[in-house]
Structure formats: structure tokens, C-alpha cells
Design a protein around this ligand. Sequence first.
Ligand SMILES: Nc1ccn([C@@H]2O[C@H](COP(=O)(O)OP(=O)(O)OP(=O)(O)O)[C@@H](O)[C@H]2O)c(=O)n1
Ligand SMILES: C[C@](O)(CO)[C@H](O)COP(=O)(O)O
Length: 238
Amino acid sequence: MNNRIWFIVPAAGTGSRMQADRPKQYLSLAGRPVIEHTLQRLTQALPDAAVVLCLNPDDPWWPDISTPDCELHLAEGGKERCDSVLNGLNLLSGKAADNDWILVHDVARPCVRTDDIRNLVSSLQDDETGGILALPVADTMKRAADQNPCVSRIEKTVDRNQMWHALTPQMFRYGLLKSCLERALAEGVQITDEASAVEWGGYQPALIKGQRDNLKITHPDDLWFAELFLNAQQADSE
Ligand SMILES: Nc1ccn([C@@H]2O[C@H](COP(=O)(O)OP(=O)(O)OP(=O)(O)O)[C@@H](O)[C@H]2O)c(=O)n1
Ligand SMILES: C[C@](O)(CO)[C@H](O)COP(=O)(O)O
């Protein structure tokens, strides 16, 4: 594959659902900040890929982080995750070719397996649209009658067949992703991942099965699960 690969890592969130004293990407996980684990996984998976890290402009913690041994560009985070990603894409204007691959990966997913990342790239390197790591739903799915995140009532059971959890990285050509994301945001479309912008653009991104331990650290107990996964992955590799 002769096109370059660029990681864009949205890392400008405040981690409000984590209820911690700092953004979750700077919380300690197995003795190191979450962000260091994530960046290490990305650079281990694809050592020749460059990394665009989207940081909150007022982030006081980044200077204390051990930076990965890779080509690293810093972009300014935006109001929402999608804005941070678009800022990362804009930073690559004039650097990335339209057919270069962009892999967007949440900094809050430090347990992503390098094999999964490489499998995503090898599976999609000849694909015109791109796609995402995802996980088929294994539980019966219920739609709640309201938005209370703790207690509610079942409004209906949703057919789980053909339902997948979207993970990251999400892999798209630079030109396609930038165009779809710019237009979707300009139209006020609710975008929570890159695939939803590409779908809005009329494309059908691929779903490539990933591992269940690629969790997004979101709530306090997720940090405990992440450490379990890291320890289990370490034990498997020995
Ligand atoms: N304005 C934002 C918001 C989120 N993110 C990043 O997008 C990823 C997924 O977002 P999420 O898990 O929602 O992180 P937060 O927004 O920090 O969490 P919360 O919604 O609990 O505040 C995270 O790596 C986060 O750092 C970002 O770069 N810019
Ligand atoms: C991109 C993502 O991780 C795919 O599941 C998810 O949409 C991020 O959501 P968040 O609310 O911004 O964490």
C-alpha cells in the first residue's frame, strides 16, 4: 500500500462521566497515564504512521507525558469530539493526500490490540470507502422509555441481529472523511463517530470485527476493567 497512514487521536475531552480530578486520559492505568498506553499501542501497531493528537488548548498535563517515538503533530481540540477530529483533519491539509488513510482512535481506548489495528488496515487497504472496528451485539437489546441512565422501564426490545457496537480505530480516506465530516457538521447533523458522517455522505462503511477488550474508558469502573484487560493481554503474550 503506497498511501501514508495517519492516526488522528481525539484527546481533548474532559471526561465528565468519569467524575475524576482530571480528564480520564491522564488518570493512572497500571502505573502510567492512559494516554501513554494508547499512543504506545498505536505506534507499536503501525510504526511508520504519523500521529495527530487533538488536545484541549488549556491542557496542563500533556507536557508531563512521555511522548511516543513517532512523527507527532498537535492539533487543537474542539467543542465536541467531531470538532476535534475535524481540527485534526484540517491540520493535515497540504500534508495528507486525498487517498491517504486516516485512522481515528479514541485516546480513551488504551487496550486496543495491535493485531486488531493491523487487521483493520489489511482488510480495508483496497476498499474505496473504509470502515471501522466493531463488535457484534451479544445481549438482548432494550430501548428505554426515557433517558434516565440508572433506572427506567422497557419501551421495547430491539432486534439485536445485525447490531454491532462501533469501536475505534475508524479508517477512511483523507479526502472522503474530511469532505463528509465538513458537510455533515455544516448541516448540523449529530455526529458521534466518523462512520456516521461517511454514512450521511451516502457510503456504507465496512464493519471489521474487533476484540471485546477494546473498551472505551468512560465510567469509573472502566479503569478497573482496563487494568484487567492489560494484565490479561500481558499474560497472553508471555
Ligand atoms: N471535545 C472533545 C470531546 C471528546 N474528545 C475525545 O473523544 C474521545 C471519546 O469521547 P468521550 O469518551 O465522550 O470522552 P469525554 O468527552 O472526555 O467524556 P465525557 O463525555 O464523559 O465528558 C475521548 O478520547 C475524548 O478525549 C475530544 O477529543 N474532544
Ligand atoms: C467513537 C466512539 O468511540 C464509537 O463508539 C463513540 O461514539 C464515542 O462516543 P463518546 O460519547 O464521544 O465517548
